[in-house]
Ligand binder design. Structure first.
Ligand code: NOJ
Length: 522
């Protein structure tokens, strides 16, 4: 591999939702030793880093996004020693480890909040957002954002569940404690951090009401313009401080979850004295259409600029999976098109566990729903459990995830759709992803090359060039169920086709199969 390889820029980051990846101790919930036991699989797949959703001590009201101790591991997931083993074993295989820091809010069972709510004159009272009178801010998970505390006669603010009180980032002690969380994990060898809703850390100090947003939306939260509860200017100096802290260690990384952000806003948080990356979730909401995806790419490239570094996400633990959104039935042809796109654009790709085998969301009955917003908004919105089902390793009753009934049902399609089956099938999505990950490593232009759209006469074919030091790679994605013929900009030879050896180039013309992904060297 090329010596210029920089893991967070050139690599592929694979998100693991620890509850659902692999259960090593037979309690129906995934855990850290389970992940360690599956690292060989991840190395075989060819990813470069794992991002672990929260595994810290937590009452699990929001499945770990309600943290009661930032510097430990919940017994449900293992111990700190298990974490150290996971990091060491990942590093031994060249896999970096990114942890999820949830610093906008704590659990209501965090000792800081227990103290803060114990009395109005407690020294930690100011560590959270207490007010005598609420304003009009709402919780995204449903209802008012202010919870009345009868004992002390004030309200506290929570942007998410009432069990997730928002901390007061303006308090210098809070700020110090939170920055120390970065150091704690960096010292343990963690390579990067995913910052949960970082752009909500600061709220306007005067708590003005948010203005109404015209139009209808299911959630009251979406009927407001969030100008006072997110994206406050104090975020920029804080990011500078976080970046300086990270830069004191070699090759550390931070990617922020930019809550409700436009591509421009996400781009504004990235840079050499800010975050390495901020998520742009545009692709999560695109239709299966070449022109629609092209628009998403165009907006993001324009916002981040050619000196900035984009990132792309098709799936995560909060939204329906890419295969659920883009495929019909069990056919993976369309999943290959969007994953082909994800893995060849300029920018860091994020894969979500099971995406490489095309896992689909599970459907749940009302009684099976676990996710709090799913319970609150049912039947209009059924929550996020669908995309969090157990990883499908094999065809056994619990898909090789566990020996007992897992915390969420296993998808019935695991009898055919699982790692074991796909490993044995050269035409599977698993092999498609694995081959593309290997191709990326052989072709630096696919990693760091500049990006430019290629004009093709057919609107259903998305085409672009990646070019680095004279090496030209052209990517063609056929978003239609029809065969297509496109002209190439010059002579080319095939590097890869989703249809195996059948990629058909005659002179400067490429004949494409339905839903073909074709990568050629110009
Ligand atoms: C964003 C996370 O991605 C989501 O899963 C979580 O519920 C909220 N932040 C609150 O932490």
């Amino acid at each position: 591999m090329n010596n210029d390889f920089l893991w967070w820029r050139d690599g592929v980051i694979y998100q693991i939702y620890p509850r659902s990846f692999a259960d090593s101790n037979g309690d129906g919930v995934g855990d850290l030793p389970g992940i360690t036991a599956r690292l060989d699989y991840l190395a075989e797949l060819g990813i470069d880093a794992i991002w672990l959703s929260p595994f810290y001590p937590s009452p699990q009201a929001d499945f770990g996004y309600d943290v009661s101790d930032y510097k430990n591991v919940d017994p449900l997931f293992g111990t700190l020693a298990d974490f150290d083993t996971l990091v060491a074993e990942a590093h031994r295989r060249g896999i970096r480890v990114v942890v999820d820091l949830v610093l906008n809010h704590t659990s209501d069972q965090h000792p800081w909040f227990l103290e803060s709510r114990s009395s109005r004159d407690n020294p930690k009272r100011d560590w959270y957002l207490w007010r005598q009178k609420p304003n009009n801010w709402h919780s995204i998970f449903g209802g008012r954002g202010w919870e009345w505390d009868a004992k002390t006669g004030e309200y506290y603010f929570h942007m998410f569940l009432k069990q997730q009180p928002d901390v007061n980032w303006r308090n210098p002690e809070v700020r110090r404690e939170m920055l120390d969380v970065f150091r704690f994990w960096a010292e343990r060898g963690v390579d990067g951090f995913r910052l949960d809703v970082f752009n909500a850390y600061f709220k306007h100090p005067d708590f003005p009401n948010n203005p109404r947003k015209p139009g209808f939306a299911l959630r009251s939260f979406d009927r407001q313009q969030h100008i006072y509860d997110i994206d406050q200017p104090e975020m920029y100096p804080l990011l500078k401080e976080i970046r300086a802290l990270l830069d004191a260690y070699p090759e550390r990384y931070a990617v922020g979850e930019t809550f409700l952000a436009t591509p421009e806003r996400a781009a504004s948080y990235c840079g050499s004295d800010k975050l390495h990356a901020a998520f742009n979730f545009d692709f999560l909401f695109r239709k299966f259409s070449a022109t629609d995806f092209a628009e998403g790419i165009r907006l993001w490239e324009a916002a981040i600029g050619e000196n900035g570094w984009p990132n792309y996400v098709l799936s995560n633990h909060d939204q329906p999976r890419s295969a659920t959104r883009y495929t019909k039935g069990e056919d993976d042809a369309r999943a290959k098109v969007v994953l082909g796109l994800l893995l060849t654009l300029r920018g860091t790709p994020f894969l979500y566990y099971g995406e490489e085998i095309g896992m689909r969301d599970i459907t749940l009955t009302r009684h099976e729903i676990q996710d709090p917003p799913g319970k609150y908004y049912w039947p209009f919105y059924k929550g996020r459990d669908g995309c969090r089902s157990p990883m499908q390793w094999d065809e056994s009753p619990y898909a090789g995830f566990s020996t007992v009934k897992p915390w969420l049902p296993v998808h019935p399609n695991h009898l055919r759709r699982n790692v074991k089956t796909q490993r044995n099938d050269p035409g599977s999505l698993f092999h498609f992803v694995r081959t593309l990950l290997a191709l990326r490593k052989q072709q630096p232009a696919l990693l760091r090359g500049a990006f430019r759209f290629l004009q093709v006469a057919d609107a259903e074919v998305l085409a672009y060039e990646r070019v680095l030091e004279g090496e030209r790679i052209w990517v063609y994605l056929n978003f239609s169920a029809q065969e297509k013929t496109v002209s190439l900009p010059g002579q080319a030879r095939s590097l890869f086709s989703s249809h195996g050896e059948e990629s058909r180039i005659f002179r400067e013309v490429l004949n494409m199969h339905p839903y073909e992904v074709s990568i050629v060297h110009g």
